[in-house]
Design a protein around this ligand. Sequence first.
Ligand SMILES: Cc1cc2nc3c(=O)[nH]c(=O)nc-3n(C[C@H](O)[C@H](O)[C@H](O)COP(=O)(O)OP(=O)(O)OC[C@H]3O[C@@H](n4cnc5c(N)ncnc54)[C@H](O)[C@@H]3O)c2cc1C
Length: 470
Amino acid sequence: MTIDVAVIGGGVSGLATACELQRRGHRVAVLEREVRVGGKAQSQRIGGYLMERGPTAVSAASATANGWSEALGLDGQRLDLGPGVRQRYLLANGALVGIPPHAFGFLVRRYLSVPGRLRMLAEVLPAWGRSRADESVTGFFQRRFGREFLERVIEPLVGGMFAGDPDRMAMHAAYPALVGMERRHGSVIRGLMRSRLGGGRMPGRRLCSWHDGVGALPRALAIRLGPCVRTGVTVRTIRGRGPEGFRVDTAGGGVVDASAVVVATPPHAAAALLERMAPLAAEAAALIEAPPLAVVFLGYRRSQVAHPLDGIGCLHARTEGRVLSGVLFSSTMFQGRAPGAEVALTGYVGGARAPELARLPAEDLLAMVRSEVADLLGITGPPLLTRVCHWRHGLPQYNIGHDNRIAALRAAEGALPGLFVTGNYFHGISVASCLDEATRTAGRVEAFLTGRSRAAASLPPARGQAAARC
Ligand SMILES: Cc1cc2nc3c(=O)[nH]c(=O)nc-3n(C[C@H](O)[C@H](O)[C@H](O)COP(=O)(O)OP(=O)(O)OC[C@H]3O[C@@H](n4cnc5c(N)ncnc54)[C@H](O)[C@@H]3O)c2cc1C
Protein backbone atom coordinates (compact mmCIF):
# COMPACT_ATOMS: atom_id res chain seq x y z
CA MET A 1 0.00 0.00 0.00
CA THR A 2 1.24 3.49 -0.80
CA ILE A 3 0.56 6.07 1.91
CA ASP A 4 0.47 9.81 1.26
CA VAL A 5 3.45 10.93 3.35
CA ALA A 6 6.32 9.21 5.15
CA VAL A 7 7.83 11.52 7.76
CA ILE A 8 11.34 10.54 8.82
CA GLY A 9 12.14 11.68 12.38
CA GLY A 10 9.83 11.83 15.36
CA GLY A 11 11.13 15.03 16.99
CA VAL A 12 8.96 18.12 17.38
CA SER A 13 9.46 19.04 13.69
CA GLY A 14 8.46 15.67 12.24
CA LEU A 15 5.56 15.05 14.63
CA ALA A 16 4.04 18.51 14.15
CA THR A 17 4.35 18.24 10.35
CA ALA A 18 2.71 14.79 10.42
CA CYS A 19 -0.05 15.89 12.80
CA GLU A 20 -0.88 18.90 10.63
CA LEU A 21 -1.03 16.69 7.51
CA GLN A 22 -3.16 14.08 9.26
CA ARG A 23 -5.53 16.83 10.43
CA ARG A 24 -5.92 17.82 6.78
CA GLY A 25 -6.96 14.26 5.93
CA HIS A 26 -3.73 12.72 4.61
CA ARG A 27 -2.47 9.23 5.45
CA VAL A 28 0.90 9.59 7.15
CA ALA A 29 3.53 7.44 8.84
CA VAL A 30 6.19 8.76 11.21
CA LEU A 31 9.37 6.67 11.33
CA GLU A 32 11.51 7.35 14.41
CA ARG A 33 14.85 5.70 15.09
CA GLU A 34 14.71 5.86 18.90
CA VAL A 35 12.31 3.95 21.13
CA ARG A 36 10.85 7.26 22.35
CA VAL A 37 9.49 10.14 20.33
CA GLY A 38 10.56 13.73 20.96
CA GLY A 39 14.10 13.90 19.58
CA LYS A 40 15.88 16.58 21.63
CA ALA A 41 12.70 17.32 23.61
CA GLN A 42 13.02 14.69 26.37
CA SER A 43 11.77 15.35 29.89
CA GLN A 44 12.54 12.73 32.51
CA ARG A 45 11.02 12.33 36.00
CA ILE A 46 13.60 11.13 38.51
CA GLY A 47 12.03 10.83 41.96
CA GLY A 48 10.56 14.24 42.66
CA TYR A 49 12.83 15.93 40.10
CA LEU A 50 12.15 16.68 36.45
CA MET A 51 15.20 16.74 34.20
CA GLU A 52 15.03 18.44 30.83
CA ARG A 53 17.59 16.73 28.61
CA GLY A 54 16.90 19.27 25.87
CA PRO A 55 14.57 22.27 25.80
CA THR A 56 13.52 23.73 29.14
CA ALA A 57 11.03 26.35 28.00
CA VAL A 58 8.98 27.39 24.99
CA SER A 59 8.15 30.91 23.90
CA ALA A 60 4.78 31.82 25.43
CA ALA A 61 4.48 34.53 22.77
CA SER A 62 4.35 31.96 19.95
CA ALA A 63 0.86 31.75 18.48
CA THR A 64 1.73 28.37 16.93
CA ALA A 65 3.00 26.87 20.20
CA ASN A 66 -0.04 28.23 22.03
CA GLY A 67 -2.30 26.80 19.32
CA TRP A 68 -0.77 23.33 19.67
CA SER A 69 -0.95 23.50 23.48
CA GLU A 70 -4.67 24.19 23.27
CA ALA A 71 -5.40 21.74 20.43
CA LEU A 72 -3.59 18.91 22.22
CA GLY A 73 -5.38 19.53 25.51
CA LEU A 74 -2.18 20.62 27.27
CA ASP A 75 -3.40 24.03 28.45
CA GLY A 76 -4.52 22.65 31.83
CA GLN A 77 -0.91 21.56 32.54
CA ARG A 78 0.72 24.73 31.27
CA LEU A 79 3.18 26.53 33.55
CA ASP A 80 4.34 30.13 33.41
CA LEU A 81 7.68 31.15 34.84
CA GLY A 82 7.68 31.05 38.64
CA PRO A 83 7.37 34.21 40.74
CA GLY A 84 10.99 33.80 41.88
CA VAL A 85 12.30 34.78 38.43
CA ARG A 86 13.40 38.38 38.92
CA GLN A 87 16.62 38.73 36.98
CA ARG A 88 19.16 37.01 34.77
CA TYR A 89 22.77 36.67 35.83
CA LEU A 90 25.96 37.20 33.90
CA LEU A 91 29.41 36.34 35.16
CA ALA A 92 31.81 39.28 35.37
CA ASN A 93 35.33 38.82 36.71
CA GLY A 94 34.31 35.71 38.61
CA ALA A 95 31.17 37.20 40.24
CA LEU A 96 27.55 36.89 39.19
CA VAL A 97 25.84 40.20 38.35
CA GLY A 98 22.03 40.29 38.25
CA ILE A 99 20.52 42.13 35.28
CA PRO A 100 16.81 43.02 35.20
CA PRO A 101 15.28 41.02 32.37
CA HIS A 102 14.05 43.91 30.24
CA ALA A 103 15.76 45.10 27.08
CA PHE A 104 17.50 48.01 28.84
CA GLY A 105 18.56 46.10 31.93
CA PHE A 106 22.21 46.55 30.93
CA LEU A 107 21.92 50.32 31.26
CA VAL A 108 20.80 50.27 34.86
CA ARG A 109 23.43 47.88 36.25
CA ARG A 110 27.18 48.28 36.45
CA TYR A 111 27.88 45.13 34.50
CA LEU A 112 29.21 47.22 31.61
CA SER A 113 31.61 50.15 32.12
CA VAL A 114 30.25 53.69 31.67
CA PRO A 115 32.02 54.06 28.27
CA GLY A 116 30.64 50.61 27.34
CA ARG A 117 27.09 51.72 28.21
CA LEU A 118 27.46 55.04 26.33
CA ARG A 119 28.76 53.18 23.28
CA MET A 120 25.82 50.81 23.51
CA LEU A 121 23.38 53.75 23.57
CA ALA A 122 25.17 55.38 20.64
CA GLU A 123 23.71 52.57 18.53
CA VAL A 124 20.78 54.88 17.78
CA LEU A 125 23.10 57.22 15.81
CA PRO A 126 23.03 56.86 12.04
CA ALA A 127 26.78 56.25 11.90
CA TRP A 128 27.15 52.49 11.89
CA GLY A 129 26.39 51.48 8.31
CA ARG A 130 24.31 48.53 7.08
CA SER A 131 24.72 44.79 7.36
CA ARG A 132 26.28 42.83 4.49
CA ALA A 133 24.82 39.45 3.59
CA ASP A 134 27.84 37.55 4.97
CA GLU A 135 28.33 39.60 8.15
CA SER A 136 29.08 37.58 11.29
CA VAL A 137 27.23 38.04 14.58
CA THR A 138 30.49 39.44 15.99
CA GLY A 139 30.79 41.92 13.09
CA PHE A 140 27.21 43.16 13.49
CA PHE A 141 27.24 43.72 17.25
CA GLN A 142 30.73 45.18 17.35
CA ARG A 143 29.82 47.63 14.57
CA ARG A 144 26.54 48.70 16.17
CA PHE A 145 27.06 48.32 19.94
CA GLY A 146 30.85 48.27 20.49
CA ARG A 147 33.36 45.69 21.64
CA GLU A 148 32.41 45.55 25.32
CA PHE A 149 28.73 44.83 24.66
CA LEU A 150 29.74 42.17 22.17
CA GLU A 151 32.13 40.39 24.53
CA ARG A 152 30.21 40.77 27.78
CA VAL A 153 26.62 40.38 26.56
CA ILE A 154 26.32 38.90 23.08
CA GLU A 155 29.01 36.25 23.36
CA PRO A 156 27.47 34.64 26.50
CA LEU A 157 23.95 34.99 25.09
CA VAL A 158 24.91 33.30 21.83
CA GLY A 159 26.68 30.61 23.84
CA GLY A 160 23.50 30.08 25.88
CA MET A 161 20.95 30.19 23.08
CA PHE A 162 22.78 28.58 20.15
CA ALA A 163 25.78 26.97 21.87
CA GLY A 164 27.40 28.94 19.08
CA ASP A 165 30.52 30.91 18.15
CA PRO A 166 29.55 34.50 17.18
CA ASP A 167 32.71 34.86 15.04
CA ARG A 168 31.41 32.11 12.74
CA MET A 169 27.67 32.66 12.94
CA ALA A 170 25.87 34.48 10.12
CA MET A 171 23.92 37.48 11.44
CA HIS A 172 21.33 37.28 8.64
CA ALA A 173 20.59 33.62 9.32
CA ALA A 174 20.76 33.68 13.15
CA TYR A 175 19.06 37.01 13.93
CA PRO A 176 17.07 38.07 10.86
CA ALA A 177 14.68 40.19 12.99
CA LEU A 178 17.52 42.42 14.25
CA VAL A 179 18.92 42.84 10.73
CA GLY A 180 15.40 43.82 9.64
CA MET A 181 15.24 46.46 12.41
CA GLU A 182 18.53 47.93 11.24
CA ARG A 183 17.23 48.04 7.67
CA ARG A 184 13.84 49.54 8.52
CA HIS A 185 14.67 51.86 11.42
CA GLY A 186 18.40 52.49 10.98
CA SER A 187 18.91 51.20 14.55
CA VAL A 188 18.16 48.06 16.54
CA ILE A 189 17.32 50.08 19.67
CA ARG A 190 14.85 52.22 17.74
CA GLY A 191 13.40 49.08 16.18
CA LEU A 192 12.99 47.44 19.60
CA MET A 193 11.28 50.55 20.95
CA ARG A 194 8.91 50.69 17.99
CA SER A 195 8.02 47.03 18.32
CA ARG A 196 7.37 47.71 22.04
CA LEU A 197 9.81 44.99 23.09
CA GLY A 198 11.70 47.73 24.87
CA GLY A 199 8.64 49.04 26.63
CA GLY A 200 9.63 47.55 29.99
CA ARG A 201 8.01 44.19 29.42
CA MET A 202 10.11 41.33 30.68
CA PRO A 203 11.31 39.04 27.87
CA GLY A 204 11.88 36.34 30.51
CA ARG A 205 8.17 36.41 31.37
CA ARG A 206 7.33 35.17 27.91
CA LEU A 207 8.48 31.60 28.54
CA CYS A 208 6.33 28.64 29.46
CA SER A 209 6.40 24.88 29.86
CA TRP A 210 4.06 22.13 31.01
CA HIS A 211 3.73 20.18 34.24
CA ASP A 212 5.63 17.20 32.78
CA GLY A 213 8.14 19.36 30.89
CA VAL A 214 8.59 20.32 27.27
CA GLY A 215 8.63 16.61 26.39
CA ALA A 216 4.86 16.62 27.04
CA LEU A 217 4.40 18.37 23.68
CA PRO A 218 5.90 15.66 21.40
CA ARG A 219 4.28 12.96 23.54
CA ALA A 220 0.87 14.58 23.05
CA LEU A 221 1.51 14.97 19.31
CA ALA A 222 2.38 11.28 19.07
CA ILE A 223 -0.77 10.28 20.99
CA ARG A 224 -2.88 12.42 18.64
CA LEU A 225 -1.21 10.76 15.62
CA GLY A 226 -1.88 7.26 16.98
CA PRO A 227 -0.44 4.00 15.58
CA CYS A 228 1.01 5.66 12.48
CA VAL A 229 3.96 6.68 14.70
CA ARG A 230 6.47 3.84 14.54
CA THR A 231 9.41 4.01 16.95
CA GLY A 232 12.60 1.93 16.86
CA VAL A 233 12.59 2.22 13.06
CA THR A 234 15.75 3.62 11.46
CA VAL A 235 15.42 4.80 7.89
CA ARG A 236 18.37 3.62 5.82
CA THR A 237 17.62 4.91 2.31
CA ILE A 238 15.02 6.82 0.31
CA ARG A 239 14.62 5.92 -3.34
CA GLY A 240 12.63 7.78 -5.98
CA ARG A 241 10.04 5.68 -7.89
CA GLY A 242 9.20 8.25 -10.56
CA PRO A 243 5.50 9.13 -10.64
CA GLU A 244 4.84 6.43 -8.02
CA GLY A 245 6.56 8.50 -5.34
CA PHE A 246 9.23 7.14 -3.00
CA ARG A 247 10.32 3.89 -1.37
CA VAL A 248 11.71 4.23 2.14
CA ASP A 249 13.89 1.33 3.32
CA THR A 250 14.20 0.86 7.05
CA ALA A 251 16.02 -1.25 9.58
CA GLY A 252 13.36 -2.75 11.79
CA GLY A 253 10.28 -1.56 9.91
CA GLY A 254 10.40 -3.07 6.40
CA VAL A 255 9.68 -0.89 3.38
CA VAL A 256 7.31 2.07 3.24
CA ASP A 257 5.99 3.39 -0.08
CA ALA A 258 4.75 6.98 -0.03
CA SER A 259 3.72 9.67 -2.49
CA ALA A 260 5.79 12.21 -0.54
CA VAL A 261 8.63 12.05 1.96
CA VAL A 262 9.48 14.60 4.66
CA VAL A 263 13.01 14.36 6.06
CA ALA A 264 12.74 15.79 9.60
CA THR A 265 16.05 14.59 11.03
CA PRO A 266 19.08 16.58 12.19
CA PRO A 267 21.23 17.81 9.28
CA HIS A 268 23.94 15.11 9.49
CA ALA A 269 21.23 12.41 9.26
CA ALA A 270 19.52 14.26 6.39
CA ALA A 271 22.89 14.32 4.59
CA ALA A 272 23.16 10.53 4.79
CA LEU A 273 19.57 10.02 3.59
CA LEU A 274 19.87 12.43 0.65
CA GLU A 275 23.29 11.27 -0.53
CA ARG A 276 22.12 9.06 -3.40
CA MET A 277 19.13 11.07 -4.56
CA ALA A 278 20.38 14.61 -4.12
CA PRO A 279 24.17 14.69 -3.65
CA LEU A 280 24.51 18.50 -3.70
CA ALA A 281 21.83 18.92 -1.04
CA ALA A 282 23.48 16.13 0.98
CA GLU A 283 26.81 17.95 0.79
CA ALA A 284 25.14 21.18 1.95
CA ALA A 285 23.40 19.45 4.89
CA ALA A 286 26.68 17.78 5.90
CA LEU A 287 28.29 21.23 6.15
CA ILE A 288 25.78 22.34 8.80
CA GLU A 289 27.67 21.65 12.00
CA ALA A 290 25.94 20.57 15.19
CA PRO A 291 28.73 20.32 17.77
CA PRO A 292 28.34 18.07 20.79
CA LEU A 293 26.62 19.41 23.88
CA ALA A 294 26.40 18.00 27.39
CA VAL A 295 23.63 18.69 29.90
CA VAL A 296 24.44 18.22 33.58
CA PHE A 297 21.53 18.04 36.02
CA LEU A 298 22.12 18.53 39.74
CA GLY A 299 19.79 18.40 42.75
CA TYR A 300 20.65 19.94 46.14
CA ARG A 301 18.92 20.71 49.40
CA ARG A 302 17.96 24.40 49.34
CA SER A 303 20.00 24.90 52.51
CA GLN A 304 23.19 23.82 50.71
CA VAL A 305 22.99 26.74 48.25
CA ALA A 306 23.87 30.26 49.42
CA HIS A 307 22.79 32.04 46.21
CA PRO A 308 19.15 33.26 46.17
CA LEU A 309 18.60 31.55 42.76
CA ASP A 310 16.18 34.39 41.98
CA GLY A 311 16.38 34.22 38.22
CA ILE A 312 16.32 32.09 35.11
CA GLY A 313 19.98 31.29 35.54
CA CYS A 314 23.42 32.57 34.66
CA LEU A 315 25.45 32.87 31.48
CA HIS A 316 29.22 33.03 31.23
CA ALA A 317 31.33 34.89 28.69
CA ARG A 318 34.10 32.83 27.14
CA THR A 319 36.65 35.24 28.62
CA GLU A 320 35.63 34.03 32.11
CA GLY A 321 37.34 30.73 31.29
CA ARG A 322 34.63 28.46 32.73
CA VAL A 323 33.71 24.93 31.69
CA LEU A 324 30.01 25.77 31.87
CA SER A 325 28.53 28.12 29.26
CA GLY A 326 25.60 28.65 31.62
CA VAL A 327 23.40 27.22 34.36
CA LEU A 328 19.60 27.31 34.55
CA PHE A 329 17.94 27.61 37.95
CA SER A 330 15.42 24.99 36.85
CA SER A 331 13.36 24.80 40.04
CA THR A 332 13.01 28.62 40.13
CA MET A 333 11.90 28.70 36.50
CA PHE A 334 9.03 26.25 36.85
CA GLN A 335 7.32 24.59 39.77
CA GLY A 336 7.62 20.84 40.20
CA ARG A 337 11.23 20.55 39.00
CA ALA A 338 12.53 19.52 42.46
CA PRO A 339 10.93 18.09 45.63
CA GLY A 340 9.84 20.44 48.46
CA ALA A 341 12.99 21.72 50.17
CA GLU A 342 15.31 20.91 47.27
CA VAL A 343 16.48 22.80 44.18
CA ALA A 344 17.41 21.71 40.65
CA LEU A 345 20.16 23.21 38.49
CA THR A 346 20.89 22.42 34.84
CA GLY A 347 24.35 23.19 33.45
CA TYR A 348 25.43 23.23 29.79
CA VAL A 349 28.89 22.35 28.50
CA GLY A 350 30.33 22.28 24.99
CA GLY A 351 28.75 23.47 21.76
CA ALA A 352 30.85 25.42 19.27
CA ARG A 353 32.66 27.08 22.16
CA ALA A 354 34.31 23.92 23.52
CA PRO A 355 33.11 20.77 21.72
CA GLU A 356 35.90 18.68 23.25
CA LEU A 357 34.53 19.27 26.77
CA ALA A 358 31.12 17.84 25.83
CA ARG A 359 32.82 14.58 24.82
CA LEU A 360 34.31 13.99 28.28
CA PRO A 361 33.06 10.97 30.22
CA ALA A 362 30.18 11.68 32.61
CA GLU A 363 32.31 11.30 35.79
CA ASP A 364 34.89 13.85 34.60
CA LEU A 365 32.20 16.30 33.51
CA LEU A 366 30.37 15.93 36.79
CA ALA A 367 33.50 16.58 38.83
CA MET A 368 34.25 19.79 36.89
CA VAL A 369 30.68 21.06 36.88
CA ARG A 370 30.14 20.33 40.57
CA SER A 371 33.20 22.29 41.58
CA GLU A 372 32.26 25.17 39.26
CA VAL A 373 28.66 25.52 40.49
CA ALA A 374 29.86 25.23 44.09
CA ASP A 375 32.16 28.18 43.46
CA LEU A 376 29.59 30.25 41.52
CA LEU A 377 26.57 29.68 43.74
CA GLY A 378 28.15 29.10 47.13
CA ILE A 379 27.20 25.42 47.42
CA THR A 380 28.39 23.24 50.27
CA GLY A 381 28.36 19.46 50.28
CA PRO A 382 27.64 16.92 47.56
CA PRO A 383 24.54 16.97 45.33
CA LEU A 384 21.61 14.70 46.21
CA LEU A 385 21.11 13.77 42.57
CA THR A 386 23.26 13.94 39.43
CA ARG A 387 22.53 13.07 35.80
CA VAL A 388 24.51 13.74 32.61
CA CYS A 389 23.10 13.70 29.10
CA HIS A 390 25.47 13.76 26.10
CA TRP A 391 24.16 14.99 22.75
CA ARG A 392 26.65 13.89 20.08
CA HIS A 393 25.04 16.34 17.68
CA GLY A 394 23.72 19.32 19.62
CA LEU A 395 22.30 22.44 18.03
CA PRO A 396 22.74 23.24 14.31
CA GLN A 397 24.98 26.24 13.74
CA TYR A 398 23.71 29.02 11.49
CA ASN A 399 27.26 29.81 10.37
CA ILE A 400 28.40 32.03 7.51
CA GLY A 401 27.30 30.38 4.26
CA HIS A 402 24.14 28.94 5.89
CA ASP A 403 21.83 30.63 3.36
CA ASN A 404 23.65 28.88 0.48
CA ARG A 405 23.27 25.52 2.21
CA ILE A 406 19.55 26.07 2.72
CA ALA A 407 19.24 27.16 -0.92
CA ALA A 408 20.86 23.86 -2.01
CA LEU A 409 18.36 21.90 0.10
CA ARG A 410 15.43 23.85 -1.33
CA ALA A 411 16.80 23.26 -4.84
CA ALA A 412 16.71 19.51 -4.19
CA GLU A 413 13.05 19.83 -3.20
CA GLY A 414 12.41 21.60 -6.50
CA ALA A 415 14.24 18.95 -8.51
CA LEU A 416 12.59 15.98 -6.75
CA PRO A 417 8.86 16.73 -6.47
CA GLY A 418 7.45 15.08 -3.35
CA LEU A 419 10.69 15.34 -1.35
CA PHE A 420 10.64 17.81 1.55
CA VAL A 421 13.18 18.69 4.23
CA THR A 422 12.29 20.36 7.52
CA GLY A 423 13.77 20.87 10.99
CA ASN A 424 15.55 23.26 13.30
CA TYR A 425 18.18 24.34 10.77
CA PHE A 426 15.82 26.26 8.48
CA HIS A 427 14.18 29.14 10.35
CA GLY A 428 15.29 28.98 13.96
CA ILE A 429 16.34 26.39 16.52
CA SER A 430 13.65 26.99 19.13
CA VAL A 431 10.75 24.59 19.61
CA ALA A 432 8.38 27.40 18.59
CA SER A 433 10.37 27.99 15.36
CA CYS A 434 10.27 24.23 14.62
CA LEU A 435 6.48 24.29 15.03
CA ASP A 436 6.19 27.29 12.67
CA GLU A 437 8.42 25.59 10.13
CA ALA A 438 6.36 22.37 10.46
CA THR A 439 3.19 24.29 9.58
CA ARG A 440 4.88 25.75 6.48
CA THR A 441 6.23 22.31 5.51
CA ALA A 442 2.79 20.72 5.87
CA GLY A 443 1.39 23.46 3.61
CA ARG A 444 4.00 22.73 0.93
CA VAL A 445 3.37 18.97 1.15
CA GLU A 446 -0.37 19.49 0.87
CA ALA A 447 0.06 21.73 -2.19
CA PHE A 448 2.12 18.96 -3.79
CA LEU A 449 -0.42 16.21 -2.95
CA THR A 450 -3.33 18.32 -4.18
CA GLY A 451 -1.53 19.15 -7.44
CA ARG A 452 -0.73 15.48 -7.89
CA SER A 453 -4.31 14.31 -7.42
CA ARG A 454 -5.61 17.05 -9.73
CA ALA A 455 -3.13 15.94 -12.40
CA ALA A 456 -4.19 12.30 -11.91
CA ALA A 457 -7.88 13.26 -12.23
CA SER A 458 -7.29 15.04 -15.54
CA LEU A 459 -5.46 12.05 -17.10
CA PRO A 460 -7.42 9.58 -19.25
CA PRO A 461 -8.06 6.42 -17.21
CA ALA A 462 -5.39 3.76 -17.46
CA ARG A 463 -6.40 0.63 -19.39
CA GLY A 464 -6.85 -1.52 -16.30
CA GLN A 465 -9.08 1.10 -14.68
CA ALA A 466 -11.32 1.42 -17.79
CA ALA A 467 -11.75 -2.33 -17.90
CA ALA A 468 -12.66 -2.41 -14.23
CA ARG A 469 -15.48 0.06 -14.82
CA CYS A 470 -17.02 -1.99 -17.65
C1 LIG B 1 20.38 20.89 25.34
C2 LIG B 1 19.34 21.62 24.51
C3 LIG B 1 18.61 22.63 25.11
C4 LIG B 1 17.62 23.31 24.36
N1 LIG B 1 16.86 24.28 24.96
C5 LIG B 1 15.83 24.83 24.29
C6 LIG B 1 14.89 25.67 24.98
O1 LIG B 1 14.97 25.90 26.19
N2 LIG B 1 13.87 26.20 24.24
C7 LIG B 1 13.70 25.93 22.91
O2 LIG B 1 12.74 26.44 22.31
N3 LIG B 1 14.56 25.10 22.25
C8 LIG B 1 15.61 24.55 22.91
N4 LIG B 1 16.44 23.66 22.25
C9 LIG B 1 16.27 23.44 20.81
C10 LIG B 1 15.13 22.47 20.47
O3 LIG B 1 14.99 21.52 21.48
C11 LIG B 1 15.42 21.75 19.15
O4 LIG B 1 15.82 22.64 18.15
C12 LIG B 1 14.18 20.97 18.66
O5 LIG B 1 13.66 20.16 19.68
C13 LIG B 1 14.58 20.16 17.43
O6 LIG B 1 13.49 19.37 16.99
P1 LIG B 1 13.59 18.57 15.59
O7 LIG B 1 12.41 17.72 15.51
O8 LIG B 1 13.85 19.55 14.48
O9 LIG B 1 14.92 17.71 15.69
P2 LIG B 1 15.27 16.51 16.70
O10 LIG B 1 14.68 16.77 18.02
O11 LIG B 1 16.74 16.34 16.62
O12 LIG B 1 14.51 15.25 16.08
C14 LIG B 1 14.98 14.56 14.97
C15 LIG B 1 14.57 13.10 15.11
O13 LIG B 1 15.01 12.38 13.94
C16 LIG B 1 15.35 11.08 14.36
N5 LIG B 1 16.19 10.44 13.33
C17 LIG B 1 17.43 10.79 12.94
N6 LIG B 1 17.86 9.98 11.95
C18 LIG B 1 16.85 9.10 11.70
C19 LIG B 1 16.69 8.03 10.78
N7 LIG B 1 17.64 7.69 9.91
N8 LIG B 1 15.52 7.34 10.79
C20 LIG B 1 14.52 7.67 11.67
N9 LIG B 1 14.64 8.68 12.55
C21 LIG B 1 15.79 9.40 12.57
C22 LIG B 1 16.06 11.31 15.69
O14 LIG B 1 16.11 10.13 16.47
C23 LIG B 1 15.20 12.41 16.30
O15 LIG B 1 14.18 11.88 17.14
C24 LIG B 1 17.42 22.96 22.99
C25 LIG B 1 18.16 21.92 22.42
C26 LIG B 1 19.12 21.25 23.16
C27 LIG B 1 19.90 20.13 22.52
